[in-house]
Write a protein that binds this ligand. Structure first.
Ligand code: BES
Ligand code: ZN
Ligand code: ZN
Length: 487
């Protein structure tokens, strides 16, 4: 899909289909054709609550929105594009819905909504549905600052395209079945991406993990015939304003290990690599947009399987920083992999370190399927991330640490236990487990993002189709963009 801006009235632009958003049930707007109102009545179209109608003979799609803001436009654009995608129409025209000088942000949101909403994972279908839409033309009618803003509009389109395409890039990888997306294949994907974007790439295997004393990561990987990989990519802008390290949980499959998951819970665990893949996608976006930062991404990629050599409940492991871990449940494996990867990433001496992981079912219980959890010791940093996610069109919420919960991961025989002694607060105790592997000087510079809830969509919502969603990617990109602007 190509996005164009034409300095013409909507009516004078040539396109196969016209998209019109009806704002707050206002049917008197000049773009609403008077003759269509009878059809609305016949179809019981009230122009309420994200309702939409496709008048095929008129080549016109109407979508209702309550008010104009970036998220309502993202959603409405995705609704419109999905309807049009089901036809053979090739070109679409649409207005620029501006709210108080925010057209630039709005056009970016519309582009994102169209690219994200039209995504479907069909790599394994014999006859994939074709997306025949070739171009989307934005009319600048009613846009008063066009002369001074044209460049900004084009730039916003291009940033919207980059961000949304990176999210879809992540969705493709996460949706790929575990047989096809092993740690080795994921490393190859990362390497190919690095080559394309001129990034430094280092891929480590078992021998490095042994050398580095990464006993926790190694234990999780041990029973799988697919060997683990530690993937490390680096991007350096010329004059970086900050240095960020992102650590991703890359379980290309999580069977639970000897604490085996029941089948119902095991299915979808190909998506246990979502955190890792999110860091890859963020890297792709940051490097494509040439954002002025230094970014390291560190991915712990492996499979959690069963076998004669599997790690066991009762084992005691030693992580890279020398801390010992009592294993009581092999299904709490993500935190073990991350423990070693967080130690590795701190040695890179970043200004900030964030980890992204589908870490706990408890986070889904706590926040629901639409919201990711934000944890850490620095209130301001957590607020920055939550604020960034709101502005990016994602939902996140803080899960607060407190002084009582750390007691729940105490072990009688080792420095820490990999599960909590209580059934409650599991997302937070998992976060506190990770905190055990964060050095004192990094406590205030670290965030843990538990994306278990929104990372895999079982029932599509808004511009999130079935399957991998790419959760967390847009939020972290937005945080980086904001931080760069402040510096
Ligand atoms: N990968 C899972 C968490 C998860 C669950 C992600 C559902 C997405 C959807 C993680 O490794 C896990 O199994 N966690 C356990 C921890 C428990 C054993 C303390 C869980 O959440 O049940
Ligand atoms: Zn698990
Ligand atoms: Zn897992």
């Amino acid at each position: 899909m190509e996005f164009l801006v034409e300095d013409k009235k909507l009516n004078s632009i040539k396109a196969d289909v016209e998209v019109i958003f009806i704002v707050n049930q206002n049917l008197e707007h000049k773009w609403v054709d008077k003759k269509d109102k009878d059809l609305f009545e016949m179809c019981k179209f009230k122009a309420k609550d994200e309702e939409s109608i496709y008048l095929i003979e008129k080549n016109r799609v109407y979508v209702a929105i309550k008010e104009i803001n970036h998220e309502s436009l993202r959603i409405a654009s995705s609704i419109a594009i999905k309807k049009i995608k089901a036809t053979t129409n090739k070109s679409v025209k649409i207005g620029l819905y501006q709210d108080e000088n925010c057209a630039v942000r709005n056009i970016k949101a519309m582009v994102e909504g169209m690219i994200l909403g039209s995504y479907k994972f069909e790599n394994y279908k014999k006859e994939p549905e074709k997306n025949e839409i070739e171009k989307i033309i934005f009319s600048t009618e009613d846009y008063s600052n066009l002369k001074q803003d044209k460049e900004k509009l084009l730039d916003a389109i291009s940033r919207g395209e980059i961000v949304a395409n990176c999210v879809n890039f992540a969705r493709d990888i996460v949706n790929t079945p575990p047989k096809m997306m092993t740690p080795k294949k994921l490393a190859k994907k990362a390497k190919d991406m690095a080559e394309e974007l001129n990034l430094e790439a280092v891929i480590h295997d078992d021998s490095f993990l042994k050398e580095q004393g990464m006993g926790a990561f190694l234990a999780v990987s041990r029973a799988s015939s697919e060997r683990p990989r530690l993937i490390h990519l680096t991007y350096k802008a010329e004059n970086p304003k900050l240095k960020l390290a992102l650590v991703g949980k890359g379980l290309t499959y999580d069977s639970g290990g000897l604490s085996l998951k029941p089948s119902d819970y095991m299915a979808t665990m190909k998506a246990d690599k979502s955190g890792a893949v999110a860091t890859l996608a963020i890297m792709k976006a940051v490097a494509s947009m040439k954002l002025p930062i230094e970014l390291d991404i560190v991915i712990g990629a492996c499979e959690n399987m069963i076998g004669g050599n599997a790690y066991k409940p009762d084992d005691v492991l030693t992580a890279k920083n020398g801390k010992t871990i009592e294993v009581k449940n092999t299904d709490a494996e993500g935190r073990l992999v991350l423990a070693d990867c967080l130690c590795y990433a701190q040695e890179l001496k970043p200004d900030f370190i964030f980890d992204m992981a589908t870490l706990t079912g408890a986070c889904i219980v706590a926040l629901g399927e639409y919201t990711f959890g934000v944890m850490g010791h620095n209130k301001e940093l957590k607020n920055e991330m939550i604020d960034a996610s709101n502005r990016a069109g994602e939902l996140s919420a803080e899960l607060p640490f407190n002084k009582y919960l750390p007691k729940l991961i105490k072990s009688q025989i080792a420095d820490v236990c990999n599960i909590s002694s209580s059934r409650y607060g599991g997302a937070i105790t998992a976060g506190l487990f990770l905190s055990e592997f964060i050095d004192e000087e990094y406590k205030d510079k670290w965030l843990h993002l538990d994306i278990a809830g929104p990372s895999f969509v079982e029932k599509e919502w808004d511009y999130n189709p079935f399957g991998a969603s790419g959760a967390g990617i847009r939020s972290v990109i937005k945080w980086i963009e904001t931080k760069c602007r402040e510096k």
